[in-house]
Design a protein around this ligand. Structure first.
Ligand code: PRX
Length: 656
């Protein structure tokens, strides 16, 4: 469907009724909301039967704001619920993962039985390296099966994984290792991206210079590039794992055993170590995966196109799908590895039925043109999902028409690292869908949109999204910082969880998410704080002061625009400035990650500040988005803003 047709369709402001294909046989039935509303805690307790318990819980929720426990007196092993149970119950020959490599033709199929063997071998190897219950293990890996074996092996031992996205810098990796005192690192020599080897081990080596307590590094040989080696500390995966026994007797742990830490950006420069515990998390990822994606484990081939370095990968590539016993695609490459038609090739080759991805990727595929997917048979698809940022109606419609053949429902799923699992989404077979709306909260979850004073808004009005009652997969806190946990999420609206997102209810009472209301940016679905990037910029010797804003961007949702004042010594010529801008962009990429590289850096002699000395980011955002400037009366020097607006016009935008 062309973009002009999409525009015309959107003008009519329609909603899609639940598709007939789903209404009769969907996993979730319309009584589900009533059942859950009648007694949400009891409803979640029934959902917890999806797990394989060693001893069943007799308690459900215990709530002492902001601390919740769910099913606390039960015991279980996370990896048994994900893997062993399927083998034990006769599903061992079902494919767990079709792994698809970056290079065309490279693939590996892993059944549930094979997965169990690999997880046991990895667990036995980790024991040999000294990993024990409660230890933290950093995982810095490409999208290869060993990453999943590692995660499952770590939780099998009652240890805690902290997966750090492979795109993060050595410095970012080091700060995460230190914050949670990881003693072990699992990594690879490198990763493949569009056929080229990109190193990982050198970043680990660099990071570990400041992490002396790491005693062992386990390294998968993926790219076969040369790497430095620290004898006694570094171990090749094939030396340590391959010869292990494929049997490991799993022990049961209490339901509230910490499973993993996932670092995410907040509004300060220091990322927060969000941690999740076992049974509540697993219950909600398994339940939401089942109902939101309407999975039929015997027949579906599910593809969550995300990286395991983010929460989406944890919840919907690893834990949720495995508990449901489905067959999945795990793809190593980029959307255009091997050509811009790579995704559609994978979907048609493996007969993918459920596709879950981010709006930023949909917009990229859309930019490449609808003719590309049109050349493939995509009729195996029956459901589409989106996550990570607000989806613009044009991208939603493009997805529905050109990928879903105007046949597949789209579930727009709103959630966060902190919520652990999906919170708001339509349910296939039950809900209507609207291009751009997350519609309502899931059964067993209560959300509201409130105004500044915490009062619920009416239909047609906007405000802040809050979650009004505890839910099983809620984070149990910020690693090592309980005060920050209370302050960040539970103080703005007493008694309610403040998500940091703006939202509105439309005339029908359906929910639309509007993006962050704090200093968190969303760049291609990746969370970054303005302060974190500012911190990196002022860490450069040439920079006196920096202010960063997220400006809207057609493809990436938001893009980073930085306003920087330089120290006098840098030189005044245009070449001096161009050189320093490039240096600063590279510096941010090295300090945080290439995703944090500013799209644009504006050099300015001054920054707009309030009389109390606070940088006025709102004004800078207006400048960056070419909006007319609002009230500038509290500025110390209102002319600064107009001067910066002038500079915006004269500076060329540099984009990668
Ligand atoms: O602003 C919301 C946005 O992503 C934030 C959470 O980011 P992260 O913890 O990295 O988790 C991303 C994957 C779950 C939210 O505060 N967000 C996520 N999903 C949506 C969304 N915004 C609008 N619509 C969504 N479906």
């Amino acid at each position: 469907m062309s973009e002009a047709k999409i525009e015309a369709w959107l003008d009519e402001d329609r909603a899609f009724a639940p598709s007939a294909e789903f209404t009769a046989q969907a996993n979730a039935q319309s009584s589900i909301y009533e059942d859950a509303d009648a007694d949400p805690v009891a409803w979640w307790r029934r959902q917890a039967d999806r797990l394989t318990w060693a001893s069943e819980p007799t308690t459900s929720l215990e709530w002492n704001l902001p601390n919740a426990t769910w099913f606390a007196d039960g015991t279980l092993n996370a990896s048994v619920s994900c893997v062993d149970v399927h083998v034990k119950e006769g599903r061992g020959d079902r494919v767990a993962y079709h792994w698809v490599g970056d290079a065309e033709g490279e693939s590996r199929t892993i059944t549930y039985r094979e997965l169990l063997g690999e997880v046991c071998r990895t667990a036995n190897a980790l024991i040999e390296l000294g990993v024990k219950k409660g230890d933290r293990v950093a995982v810095y890996m490409p999208m290869i099966p060993e990453a999943i074996f590692t995660m499952l092996a770590v939780v099998r031992l009652g240890a805690i994984h902290s997966v750090v996205f492979g795109g993060f810098s050595a410095e970012a990796l080091a700060s995460r290792i230190l914050d949670s005192d990881c003693r072990f690192v699992v990594t690879a020599d490198g990763a493949f991206r569009r056929g080229a080897a990109s190193p990982l081990k050198p970043a680990v080596d660099e990071a570990l210079k400041s992490c002396p307590d790491v005693s062992a590094v386990l390294v998968v040989q993926r790219t076969h590039e040369d790497v430095d080696w620290v004898e006694g500390r570094d171990h090749w995966w094939h030396d340590v794992v391959d010869h292990q026994s494929d049997v490991h007797e799993a022990q049961a742990f209490p339901a509230e055993t910490t499973m993993f830490i996932m670092y995410t950006s907040g509004t300060t420069a220091k990322p927060k170590g969000i941690f999740h515990t076992t049974a509540g998390y697993l219950t909600q990822v398994a339940t939401t995966y089942n109902y939101v994606f309407d999975v039929k484990p015997e027949t579906d081939v599910c593809w969550t196109a995300a990286d395991i370095g983010w929460i989406t990968g944890h919840s919907y590539i690893v834990y949720g799908p495995l508990i449901n016993g489905v067959t999945q695609i795990m793809y190593e490459g980029l959307p255009d590895s091997g050509g811009r038609d790579r995704w559609w090739k994978i979907i048609s080759q493996y007969q993918v039925t459920i596709l879950y991805t981010a709006p930023t990727t949909i917009r990229t595929l859309m930019k490449w043109g609808h003719q590309i997917p049109a050349a493939f048979d995509l009729t195996s698809l029956r459901l589409l999902g989106t996550v990570g940022e607000p989806i613009n109606p044009e991208a939603w419609m493009w997805y529905r028409m050109n990928v879903g053949g105007n046949r597949c429902p789209i579930v727009d799923t709103w959630w966060q690292t902190e919520t652990g699992a999906i919170i708001c989404s339509p349910l296939p077979g039950i809900s209507s869908t609207k291009p751009g709306a997350a519609m309502r909260s899931l059964p067993g979850i209560s959300v509201a949109v409130v105004d500044d004073s915490g009062k619920e808004v009416g239909n047609g009005e906007g405000g802040y999204l809050v979650i009004t009652a505890p839910w099983p997969s809620m984070t149990r806190g910020i690693w090592g910082d309980p005060d920050r946990f209370l302050e960040t999420y539970w103080s703005r609206f007493p008694g309610k969880y403040f998500a940091g997102d703006g939202a509105k209810l439309d005339a029908d009472g359906d929910l639309w998410l509007l993006g962050r209301v704090d200093d968190v940016m969303n760049i291609s679905g990746h969370r970054l704080s303005t302060t974190e990037v500012e911190h990196a910029l002022v860490g450069h010797p040439a920079v006196a002061e920096a202010a960063v804003v997220g400006a809207s961007d057609e493809t990436t949702g938001q893009a980073i625009v930085a306003f920087v004042t330089l120290k006098l010594s840098v030189g005044e010529t245009e070449q001096d400035h161009a050189r320093v801008i490039e240096e600063l962009r590279a510096h941010v990429a090295n300090t945080i990650s290439p995703i944090a590289k500013p799209r644009q850096i504006i050099l300015t002699p001054d920054l707009p500040k309030t009389r109390s000395g606070k940088i006025m980011r709102r004004l800078l955002r207006d400048v960056a988005e070419n909006r007319s400037l609002g009230d500038v009366t509290t500025l110390t020097d209102p002319t600064v803003v107009n001067m910066i607006a002038g500079l915006m016009d004269t500076h060329a935008t540099s984009e990668d």
